[in-house]
Design a protein around this ligand. Structure first.
Ligand code: ADP
Ligand code: MG
Ligand code: MG
Length: 905
């Protein structure tokens, strides 16, 4: 038999399950699973993502798909006793997109398919009322005209052509609201809409239901490749080749009067994590109205008063879904004449604060295991706990001074300040040139995501807590205030007016409090979050902060689960202290050169570089040694016996020298040498390709006195600490080694210097000497290098540069092109390129451990804080990852997730 492309759901004959996400898409798998656990879902069928992929590869539907669709359509017709296209008992359908992972609102959906001038009469009879039938009809023509036939506003500031017609008809009839239009008015709208389509697009609106159905399926497949979906995939790293499924589903009607309606709900509050249903609904409406933010909906609690039966059923369904999926669910529902139907369920997007509370609560309620709880939080989300909030005093003063000009819904917590812009393109452009902006829109749509991503905060006039702006804002971690009906936006004049009369123009500064929903005039200062105050600033006691206690519990679970250690990159004691508070277990990279820039150290450094001979260099280095030693003492103390990896001098020397003639002259004066001599020295140090020049271990080999001085300072500092009774674990790391002889050379320099100090002082220091693996030759000969090195540390920045042959400083322009055109899927400087660079890492681990089984191996490149890279490091058996202090919590969670996801053997 041919491949199966269609799966039925509903009415006791469901073919799919929740596990079939890849094939059925998230929405299709969710619909299937809901019917499997007896939650009421209107029957229908899913055309698989494989069907979509086939469609893209071949430019046509798979052979036999039409028959398969007919067969499944027949089952739907039978189960509902209605027929698609029938004049007496018409069945109406929706065609809904749905990829493997949720891409909220990015792709298309068409509702009410199957209507024409004949079937609408049958629908009216079925509904017992012509008005909702014609309301569905005009919605259908509008949606199909937009989505399938492409009649849309030309720019984002233009009005929608269909809305324009509606406004004109309302004006003509002297009514304010859509609901005041009668069946005859709606019939007129349908006629005018079809006319507009004919005029705008030069096509007749299709009356044949099957033509409508296939047009919608084609559109849903095509919407996988619309610009906003592509942009969303890029931002979220979703592969282009997955494709979307198309769900064809029988319609239920939320627009049959006041006992009908439609809504969206979370099984718990997605902003705070509080238990209990959370969401909103509109009575007498179809679902699109809620999501689009056209009417501001009522809070879900009001449903408990309006329709207590429906509300109870919804609560039951929510509980059942949470227990079944063991996670927060985000659901879409419709009730038709008091009967509840669920149309979608998926894991709910939530703020970091909500994720934490929900994880802690669900573990306590026995709904989740600790492992599941750890998987429910995106590692990146942990950054949000460190995000600033407003300075309370300033904020209070501002409130007293009447700076609060409006209030909306608090959809995305945190504090943001910036200049107002009114469209996404401006937001992106202004942010590009370094401005902080607040994007202000009547409502946002998927077209706006780039601008939303560029903005500090988002403010919308319309829409609820589950509107597009709220959903996407929350996911991006943006400060977000929505449904702010206190403001009136005028796109044409590029300004908004607040209720109290304040006029805010493009470029004016405002602040958003996403925690309270307030909009303030002016840009306000922000202050550290609660967790930062407890953990770092120590201005708040741990037991005074609930969120801190939750955070500490959660992180302790992560620590139990992970195998990788998390170290940090730090050059100064204060950075090390912060990192330890965040849980760092060592320093994976201390860049000694950073220590040479502070204060007048740079002068000694420069003297060393321009010295005419070795004696001159030694003299200058002797000035530096005590200073370095003191720095190392500080670091060792801060790390209290944890390992500290110190790298010997790495960058090319010219980086320490001035290049402007005026600066050279000044420096020559300070150093008491002729300006020409200094200029000449600078010139001789100039390299065509400094990245591949005299740097790394090559420096220490040509000028052994540099390495010697650093080794003495390190061992000297260790001696000092040991004398004070403080434990130390120094590890000296030689950079940019490509040949074992380079390491051997530097190893001998270090050992001699260390022996000398230890003999002189009569103190034994336990120390290690190791190397960075950051050029391919080192990885390939790791068996030789491993005989000498006590440890390896992957310098993945250089390893990426040298493996690809890209200079990171020059790669920007073509890398952007590569990423935009899918030549590379990911920026190899952000996530380790597993197939190339990663292969070299694997080879190095295997060969290195072959030479020395107990070889300690870590990663200290920028990649050490990237969750995907961390998962890879876990897989190939590294001992630790090292990242910047503020990323340590992210790395701890990512390491835990890698361990949890590891296939059990
Ligand atoms: P999105 O992925 O953008 O959320 P959906 O396919 O979920 O798009 O459709 C949006 C809304 O359309 C749903 O929330 C629901 O309210 C409405 N809808 C879709 N299919 C049906 C249906 N068969 N009956 C009634 N309403 C539907
Ligand atoms: Mg939906
Ligand atoms: Mg390097």
């Amino acid at each position: 038999m041919d491949k199966k492309y269609v799966y039925f759901f509903g009415d006791g004959a469901t073919e799919g399950t929740a596990k079939m996400r890849d094939l059925l898409g998230g929405k299709g798998a969710g619909l299937a699973e809901m019917t499997n656990i007896s939650i009421p879902v209107p029957p229908g069928f899913t055309i698989t993502t494989e069907g979509c992929v086939y469609y893209y590869r071949n430019g046509e539907f798979p052979p036999g798909l039409d028959e398969e669709v007919e067969i499944h359509l027949g089952r739907v017709e039978q189960s509902l006793d209605r027929r698609f296209g029938d004049v007496d008992k018409p069945l109406l359908l929706s065609v809904r997109s749905g990829a493997r992972v949720s891409m909220p609102g990015m792709m298309d959906t068409v509702l009410n398919i199957g209507l024409n001038d004949k079937t609408v009469a049958g629908l009216a009879r079925q509904m017992g009322d012509p008005r909702p039938a014609y309301d569905s009809y005009r919605r259908f023509v509008q949606m199909y005209g937009d989505v399938v036939l492409g009649l849309k506003p030309e720019t984002e500031d233009d009005v929608d052509p269909f809305e324009e017609i509606i406004e004109a008809v309302k004006k003509d009839r002297g009514v304010d609201l859509d609901v005041e239009l009668g069946a005859e008015d709606l019939r007129e709208l349908v006629r005018l809409f079809k006319e507009a389509v004919k005029e705008g697009k030069g096509v007749d609106f299709p009356d044949d239901p099957r033509e409508q159905l296939w047009g919608a399926i084609r559109s849903v497949f095509a919407s996988w490749d619309n610009p906003r979906a592509i942009a969303y995939r890029q931002i979220n790293n979703i592969p282009d080749e997955w494709g979307t499924a198309a769900n064809v589903q029988s319609m239920v009607f939320g627009n049959l009067g006041d006992d009908s309606g439609s809504g969206v709900a979370f099984t718990r509050n997605p902003a705070t994590g509080e238990t209990g249903l959370y969401g909103e609904f509109l009575s007498n409406a179809q679902g699109e109205d809620v999501v689009a933010g056209i009417r501001t909906p009522k809070p879900i609690a009001a449903l408990g008063e309006d329709m207590p039966e429906v509300y109870r059923e919804l609560e039951d369904a929510a509980r059942k879904l949470e227990a079944h999926f063991r996670d927060l669910q985000d659901i879409e529902f419709t009730f038709e004449r008091g009967r509840l139907w669920l149309l979608q369920t998926r894991a709910g997007k939530r703020t970091a604060y909500a994720a934490l509370t929900i994880a802690i609560d669900m573990v306590a309620e026995g709904l989740m295991s600790k492992e599941e709880a750890l998987l429910s939080m995106e590692p990146e989300q942990l950054n949000h706990f460190l995000r600033p909030v407003f300075n309370l005093e300033q904020k209070e003063a501002a409130v007293k001074a009447g700076k609060v000009i409006a209030r909306g819904l608090n959809a995305g917590p945190g504090a943001a300040a910036g200049k107002v812009v009114f469209n996404a393109a401006d937001a992106a452009a202004w942010a590009e040139r370094g401005e902080k902006v607040i994007l202000v829109r009547v409502e946002t749509s998927p077209e706006d995501i780039r601008g939303m991503s560029a903005a500090q905060g988002i403010l919308t006039e319309r829409g609820g807590m589950t509107s597009h702006a709220a959903l996407v804002g929350r996911q991006m971690g943006k400060v977000c205030v929505v449904g702010c009906s206190d403001i009136r936006i005028d796109y044409k004049k590029r300004r908004f007016v607040a209720l109290g009369g304040a006029v805010v123009k493009e470029g004016d500064e405002i602040s958003l409090d996403g925690t309270t929903g307030e909009v303030l005039l002016g840009a306000f200062e922000t202050q550290p979050s609660e967790i930062k105050r407890v953990l770092i600033d120590e201005t708040l006691a741990p037991d005074e902060s609930t969120v801190y206690r939750q955070f500490a519990d959660f992180m302790s679970w992560a620590d139990e689960a992970r195998r990788l250690e998390v170290w940090t990159n730090a050059d100064q004691p204060d950075q090390a202290t912060v990192a330890v508070k965040f849980g760092a277990q060592g320093i994976g990279l201390c860049r000694t050169e950073h220590m040479f820039f502070a204060g007048d150290r740079i002068t000694s450094m420069r003297k060393m570089i321009v010295a005419r001979d070795e004696a001159g260099r030694r003299a200058a280095l002797e000035e530096l040694r005590p200073i370095q030693q003191e720095d190392f003492v500080g670091l060792f103390r801060a790390m209290a016996g944890r390992p500290v990896v110190i790298r010997t001098l790495d960058p090319p020397l010219h980086e320490f020298l001035p290049h402007e003639p005026a600066h050279i002259e000044k420096l020559a004066g300070q150093m008491d040498i002729p300006a020409e001599e200094l200029a000449e020295k600078v010139e001789t140090l100039r390299e065509l390709n400094p990245m591949l020049g005299l740097r790394g271990c090559r420096l220490g080999i040509i000028y052994p006195e540099i390495t010697q001085m650093q080794a003495r300072a390190i061992i000297g500092a260790a001696v000092q600490c040991i004398r004070d009774g403080a434990p130390v674990r120094p590890e000296i790391m030689i950079p940019l080694v490509s040949h074992v002889n380079e390491l051997f050379n530097q190893f001998m320099v270090v050992r001699n210097a260390a022996d000398e100090i230890m003999d002189d002082e009569g103190v034994d220091v336990p120390y290690k000497v190791g190397t960075m693996i950051e050029v391919p030759r080192a990885a390939l000969t790791a068996d030789e290098i491993g005989l000498i090195a006590d440890f390896f540390s992957f310098g993945t920045n250089d390893l990426t540069q040298t493996t690809f042959g890209f200079s990171r400083d020059d790669a920007g322009p073509f890398l952007r092109y590569y990423l935009a055109h899918n030549i590379l899927k990911e920026d190899p400087f952000q996530t380790v390129d597993v197939n190339g660079v990663g292969l070299l890492m694997e080879i190095a681990v295997e060969k290195g451990r072959g030479a020395k089984a107990e070889l300690e191996i870590g990663i200290c490149g920028e990649h050490g804080g990237d969750p995907a890279t961390i998962a890879f490091c876990h897989k190939i058996g590294l001992n630790y990852v090292s990242c910047s202090p503020y990323r340590v919590p992210v790395a701890r969670l990512a390491a835990a997730q890698a361990a949890i996801k590891e296939p059990q053997t």
